[in-house]
Design a protein around this ligand. Structure first.
Ligand SMILES: NC(=O)C1=CN([C@@H]2O[C@H](COP(=O)(O)OP(=O)(O)OC[C@H]3O[C@@H](n4cnc5c(N)ncnc54)[C@H](OP(=O)(O)O)[C@@H]3O)[C@@H](O)[C@H]2O)C=CC1
Ligand SMILES: CC(=O)[C@@H](O)[C@H](O)COP(=O)(O)O
Ligand SMILES: [Mn+2]
Length: 391
């Protein structure tokens, strides 16, 4: 009998987490959810654990421990809570693969622990590579761990590179939908609402990444992610706006040939591919009917209107703790925007202000990243409190 792959879902209650559980359900003979980890949604975590019967369920929010424990202990499911428990569980011997589906900086420490423990990583949490790509790459070389990308663009590039010699890459072309504000003017962007910013034209995703798509910082993050995943010179990584989100990204080779991966904008596809160890798993789900897409458009991004798209190359060029600062300031700014404390266009101002205030660290250690993240958040929060400077 073929052994089921034992999967830990870090962030099981979110958009990627729930879609990962759909895939686990789709192939019960191949996969099993052995660990479920949530941030604070204890009700959904309990429901998921009752359905999947994992070995362990962990919640980051310690206040939810007793609710989790009283629901799952009678079922024989082990329970833990707190940030340390989230990181510790990554080392559980029974886990084969960790799907990193938690949002933001919270993904970094558990992912590093999973790498140290030699687990296979299906990486959705791009912030891990944005914050500490250099460190992650170094740790991967010293471990038997490997990363398979889940982010749709990186999955497309990964698939396009199968069987190819990477020294023949001329460029990586990352597609961007352009977000909900592609056709708005710079003036209109100043007054857009949270509801508008959360209305992504093609993808249904968690709130934070949806706002990153609207500012197009998501593409800057994906450029950084691609640099570390594929070890490609940043000058060879480009973004192109493709409003239909059907071509998920492309690789151009030195002979002028371009390979791409296409599909419906549905994250089940890259999750299925990553969990299947790059083998094609049969599905009955609806596929792409290409004739429905008579028009596939591609445009140069408008970096005047969406200046944050340029910050990925800037961060890679400057190096050190730069991208860690950008990520931390952005997380604070996005949260403030979602709570109607700042305007959409002030997300960029907060990132720039924080970058100016934080000391540059050339070769950051893990402790430096932890400290940079903490300090950057304080600076960004202070700026938001002193509203005057933002007006
Ligand atoms: N959604 C998508 O289609 C895509 C997402 N990604 C990336 O995948 C990641 C997840 O995105 P998405 O699913 O949209 O986000 P969601 O906001 O939908 O979900 C986030 C998940 O993280 C959990 N979480 C929050 N804080 C912690 C913590 N401290 N420790 C452990 N878990 C925590 C949440 O738990 P709870 O809800 O219980 O608080 C939730 O399960 C992001 O990095 C994003 O950039 C990449 C490509 C596409
Ligand atoms: C689904 C996915 O991978 C997201 O990162 C998506 O790409 C976001 O859409 P944008 O292209 O608008 O950033
Ligand atoms: Mn993406």
């Amino acid at each position: 009998m073929i052994k089921q792959k034992q999967i830990a879902v870090l962030g099981s209650t979110g958009s990627i987490g729930t879609q990962t559980l759909d895939i686990i359900n789709e192939y019960p003979d191949k996969f099993r959810a052995s660990v479920l980890v949530a941030g604070s949604n204890v009700e959904l975590l309990i429901e998921q654990a009752q359905k999947h019967c994992p070995d362990m369920a962990v919640i980051a929010d310690e206040r939810k421990y007793s609710a989790l424990n009283s629901a799952l202990k009678p079922l024989g499911i082990k329970v833990a809570a707190g940030a340390n428990a989230v990181a510790d569980v990554m080392e559980l011997e029974t886990i084969d693969t960790v799907v990193t589906a938690s949002v933001g900086y919270s993904g970094l420490l558990p992912t590093l622990r999973a790498i140290q423990a030699g687990k296979q990583i299906a990486l959705a949490n791009k912030e891990t590579l944005v914050v500490a790509g250099e460190l992650v790459t170094r740790m991967l070389k010293e471990s038997k761990s490997e990363i398979i990308p889940v982010d749709s663009e990186h999955s497309a590039i990964y698939q396009s590179l199968i069987g190819e010699d990477r020294s023949y890459i001329r460029s990586l072309i990352i597609t961007a939908s352009g977000g909900p504000f592609r056709n708005k003017s710079a003036e209109e962007l100043v007054t857009v609402s949270v509801k508008d910013a959360l209305s992504h034209p093609n993808w249904s995703m968690g709130a934070k990444i949806t706002i990153d798509s609207a500012t197009m910082l998501n593409k800057a993050f994906e450029i950084i992610e691609a640099r570390w995943l594929f070890d490609v010179n940043p000058e060879k990584i480009k973004a192109v706006v493709h409003p239909q989100s059907i071509v998920h990204s492309m690789v151009e080779f030195v002979d002028g040939s371009v390979k791409a991966q296409l599909g419906l904008p549905d994250m089940h596809l890259p999750i299925r591919y990553a969990l299947g160890n790059s083998k094609r798993l049969h599905t009955d789900s609806k596929g792409l009917s290409i004739a429905d897409y008579a028009c596939l458009e591609f445009f140069e991004p408008d970096s005047e209107k969406f200046p944050l798209i340029k910050i990925g190359h800037y961060a890679l060029e400057r190096g050190g703790n730069t991208a860690c600062v950008i990520n931390a300031a952005n997380e604070v700014a996005v949260s403030a925007f979602l709570h109607n404390k700042i305007r959409f266009t002030q997300i960029k101002d907060i990132i720039e202000h924080t970058l100016l205030k934080i000391s540059f660290v050339t070769n950051p250690t893990l402790d430096d990243y932890v400290e940079t993240n903490k300090e950057s958040r304080i600076i960004a929060e202070e700026l938001i409190q002193s509203k005057l400077q933002l007006e």
